[in-house]
Ligand binder design. Structure first.
Ligand SMILES: *Cc1c(COP(=O)(O)O)cnc(C)c1O
Ligand SMILES: [Zn+2]
Length: 418
């Protein structure tokens, strides 16, 4: 038995392992981090968490952090805001947005998982960290590796959005572009992890990485006044985030920090890469891998590592999963921006569009408390909006020119004014 308050445990056979950079059991099933909840119960309280600075480290007892770890960045604790204008458009009076478009340091929820993964990379003595990424993970690994003094190797599909590639290079990471999909990149990274003594955040450090996602759930509960919502809508790539928000809520109930409640989990995907939502809509518990073809690049994982567990979490909760087309993704990005002033990337468009669909299907009811997880920032995927707005011809800096411009505009756009 380990002296730590947490250890690794196989999700299928239950075999436990001392903490180590390892993600699969001898039975080939995934490992996850498990805690000594009895001792935690005596050591944590709402007041303790609330007394600390507003970042993910306020929940440190519920995260796998090696002894002596000191955080270098205030990651997380992003705003949870009510969204009445969006709610009016899509038919919900209890709509909230968890806004990880402004998560620090790199503007996506991936900063949370990387912060916890690098804490463990340090604990295990790695000097180099690495990842396979659909974009946001690359940014987060590169930035935090720079901050914490690791060397970083980042592997991405060659055709990712330019902003995500540039936003990785700038931090000095080695960026390897692979001809192929994320699934090809990920397979290669598993092989590299066997050959090199590197801490791959989402391969050999994956059980620790994944725990970082729980902080989204803790924050939602605390920001709702230590209550759980009725529904959560979560975008899915590998399917890890949605299962970890569920784990967070289950832990808060177990520790007596919130009243027990059955929260329904709703998964969101793009139709061009929807292996998880397709399985759920077919009442299947197994994933059929797909070849991704969608502008929602951050969600484009055709063979999701946690797909099976995401299906289980969603269906057991009484939730559902849906997917929307690429044009709907773009419309939904604009809808969120124009109603709530939040500029999200394609993954957030997927979440908003799917939420609208689920409300139309009466799977989410108007008076329920519903939280949409907006997981990334729109400045990273501006390409998808490029043909949506034409810049008007510039005018001279003269009042008369502006008045003429305004008059022309008003005759142009009677419908928009009405
Ligand atoms: C990675 C990612 C997700 C999905 O995360 P998983 O845990 O792999 O399901 C959602 N949104 C954004 C913006 C992401 O980068
Ligand atoms: Zn096992």
């Amino acid at each position: 038995m380990t002296t730590s308050t947490y250890q690794l445990r196989c999700r299928e056979c239950g075999k436990t392992f001392d903490n180590q950079p390892r993600s699969v059991c001898e039975c080939f099933s995934p490992l996850e981090v498990t805690y000594d909840y009895d001792s935690l119960k005596k050591n944590v309280s709402r007041e303790l968490f609330a007394s600390r600075a507003e970042n993910i480290w306020r929940y440190r007892e519920l995260l796998p952090l090696p002894p002596g770890f000191t955080p270098s960045l205030p990651v997380g604790f992003t705003p949870l805001v009510s969204a009445p204008r969006l709610g009016e458009k899509i038919g919900s009076r209890g709509l909230h947005i968890k806004n990880d478009a402004v998560c620090l340091p790199t503007l996506s929820f991936k900063d949370r998982v990387v912060a916890v993964a690098l804490a463990n990379a340090r604990g295990f003595g790695f000097e180099t960290v690495a990842c396979s990424s659909t974009g946001n993970l690359a940014n987060a690994v590169a930035a935090q590796a720079a901050r914490d003094g690791f060397k970083a190797w980042v592997f991405i599909p060659a055709d990712l959005e330019p902003a995500k590639i540039l936003g990785t290079h700038v931090f000095g990471a080695e960026v390897v572009r692979i001809n192929g999909s994320y699934d090809h990149v990920n397979r290669l990274c598993s092989q590299i992890a066997d050959e090199h003594n590197w801490g791959f955040v989402n391969v050999n450090l994956r059980p620790y990485y994944a725990e970082g996602s729980k902080t989204v759930g803790y924050e939602i509960a605390e920001q709702l006044g230590w209550r759980l919502p009725d529904n959560v809508v979560v975008p899915m790539a590998g399917g890890s985030l949605i299962t970890k928000i569920k784990k967070a809520f289950d832990e808060l109930i177990l520790l007596g920090l919130v009243e027990p409640k059955q929260v329904r989990f709703f998964g969101a995907q793009a139709s061009g890469c929807s292996p998880i939502s397709t399985a759920i809509k077919q009442y299947s518990s197994e994933i059929e891998p797909q070849r991704p073809k969608t502008i929602a690049r951050s969600l484009a994982i055709g063979n999701p590592a946690d797909g099976h567990y995401a299906i289980k979490a969603i269906t057991k909760s009484g939730g559902w999963s849906e997917d929307i087309s690429d044009p709907e993704v773009v419309n939904s990005i604009q809808l969120l921006a124009q109603t709530e002033g939040i500029f999200t990337e394609t993954a957030g468009g997927v979440t908003v569009g799917v939420a609208r669909k689920l409300i139309q299907q009466d799977r989410i009811l108007p008076d329920e408390t519903t939280v949409l997880c907006i997981t990334g920032n729109g400045l990273k995927t501006t390409d998808v909006l490029a043909d949506k707005f034409q810049a008007d011809k510039p005018i001279a800096a003269k009042l008369s020119e502006f008045e003429a411009y305004l008059a022309a505009k008003n005759t142009d756009l009677p419908a928009a004014v009405a």
